[in-house]
Design a protein around this ligand. Structure first.
Ligand SMILES: [Zn+2]
Ligand SMILES: [Zn+2]
Length: 103
């Protein structure tokens, strides 16, 4: 039976999302019989919350969460892809590039 894309509604953010034929095939291959209840974004968020840090590279191409920190070098706000913990300095992209170039 060929799969076709279908539109589902996320129970978390109430957005419509596409459950693609490819994903349906993947789900069926895993033995899942239920449709996903959350959109990919909410699924990622849940996984990030549950799995914590260091879960490796899953290879999912989605928007990643950026955190705002203060650059230890110039004091400008810096966007970093990890949660700043305060135990190591955070640099903005230009200072980071500079420190990389000098070492
Ligand atoms: Zn959602
Ligand atoms: Zn800086």
């Amino acid at each position: 039976m060929p799969y076709t894309d279908k539109t589902l509604q996320c129970m978390e953010c109430a957005q419509d999302f596409t459950f693609t034929a490819l994903e349906q095939e993947f789900f069926a291959g895993k033995g899942y019989t239920n449709d996903p209840k959350r959109c990919p974004a909410c699924r990622d968020q849940r996984r990030a919350r549950n799995g914590g840090i260091g879960s490796g590279n899953g290879g999912s191409a989605g928007g990643r969460t950026m955190y705002t920190a203060v650059c230890a070098q110039c004091g400008q706000p810096a966007q970093v892809p990890f949660q700043p913990r305060g135990d190591r300095p955070v640099y903005c992209s230009s200072c980071f590039a500079k420190s990389r170039a000098s070492t």
